[in-house]
Design a protein around this ligand. Structure first.
Ligand SMILES: Nc1ncnc2c1ncn2[C@@H]1O[C@H](COP(=O)(O)OP(=O)(O)O)[C@@H](O)[C@H]1O
Ligand SMILES: [Mg+2]
Length: 337
């Protein structure tokens, strides 16, 4: 049975629309004008126990709004959701004890206290006893390398240190379902890797079901086999990450190496077969339309003193970026926002 079941979930916000200019502002005082923004539109998906799913989409796509509904912070306008059998926005106590939400751009730790004190407060809320709390804190701070940061006032910590402690704060009660909204945003590369490795291990060991949003494709590639892609509030893809490439990557990359003694191929002759993305004395890399890969390889082997030839996918990062920019600017419309 799926742990998360979402059916037709929709959220609209009513937002005050400013009219341009001073007159507009005056008029706005008399009669407020509202417009409806549909943040999430008929979203449906299911997630099985223990899955680690990436939730992707450009800014404003509706990711945070969806996670907030699944965490019971927002009521949907329409649709249903069950997480661990609970309806999140009914805020049942049983649910509160079994899930956690980490909003990367928002502090959950008390700014003026050391993390240890926030942990104690959280432990009290969740009814963990002192021994259990201490053991959990030791284990998690050790794994995230922040053992010595527990007694530092949070405002004095680096972003990376703080994020690791935020993560610990939401894990103290051993949630079975974890929603992570941009947990690595703005972190230095080292902290980002620590957090990423930790999450991978944690998911494997504890079997926690995780739904993660991240702008960093390296996070997604390393952690998530499955991705759900949302744009303008609607799901446009749900499936294995590898299938995203098959479906949306129009090109493949071919790397060609030649013998050290050989004369490198003339760039003009290579250009005829594909777009050169990298060229140096040892190898060349060509971007080639997917359906041209086989004939191009054949031509390369026929024409050049090839020692080695490699075919690989373009980076996911690029595929996703292209996917969204294509959707942003459809050829038949100039006014897409
Ligand atoms: N409280 C709110 N009031 C009005 N509009 C909102 C509110 N929260 C989000 N939105 C709008 O809903 C859309 C989706 O936002 P969000 O879920 O934050 O996207 P994402 O997390 O994918 O960047 C955006 O257009 C955003 O401006
Ligand atoms: Mg967001």
């Amino acid at each position: 049975m799926p742990v998360i079941e979402v059916q037709g979930l929709t959220k609209t916000f009513r937002v005050y629309k400013k009219e341009p200019g001073f007159r507009g502002a005056l008029r706005g005082l008399v009669r407020r004008r509202y417009e409806t923004v549909t943040a999430v539109q008929e979203v449906s998906f299911q997630i099985e126990s223990g899955e680690f799913v990436g939730f992707l989409g450009p800014n404003g796509a509706g990711k945070t709004t969806t996670l907030k509904m699944l965490s019971g912070l927002l009521y949907p306008s329409c649709g249903t959701a069950r997480v661990l059998g609970y309806v999140p926005w009914e805020r049942p106590d049983g649910y509160r004890r079994q899930f956690a939400l980490l909003l990367g751009q928002k502090n959950q730790l008390w700014w003026d206290l050391p993390a240890r004190e926030t942990f104690a407060l959280n432990a009290a809320i969740y009814g963990l006893d002192k021994a259990e709390l201490d053991q959990r804190v030791v284990e998690l701070t050790e794994r995230l390398g922040v053992r010595d940061k527990l007694d530092v006032v949070v405002r004095e910590l680096s972003l990376g240190e703080r994020m690791k402690l935020e993560l610990i704060a939401v894990l103290l009660h051993r949630p079975r379902v974890l929603f992570l909204d941009e947990p690595t945003l703005g972190l230095d590369v080292v902290s980002q890797k620590v957090v990423r490795d930790f999450l991978r291990e944690y998911n494997r060991q504890a079997g926690t079901t995780i739904l993660l949003t991240s702008h960093d494709m390296a996070d997604i590639e390393e952690l998530c086999e499955r991705v759900i892609i949302i744009d303008h509030g609607r799901i446009i893809f749900d499936g294995p990450l590898t299938e995203v490439l098959e479906r949306y990557a129009d090109f493949k990359l071919i790397t060609l190496r030649w013998d050290s003694g050989a004369v490198p191929p003339a760039p003009a002759r290579l250009e005829a077969l594909g777009q050169i993305t990298e060229l140096n004395p040892a190898f060349v890399r060509l971007r080639v339309k997917r359906d041209q890969v086989i004939p191009v390889c054949k031509a390369l082997l026929d024409q050049f003193p090839v020692r080695d030839l490699d075919i690989h996918e373009v980076p996911v990062e690029e595929v996703i970026r292209n996917l969204f920019s294509r959707r942003r600017s459809p050829p038949d419309s100039g006014g897409a926002s």
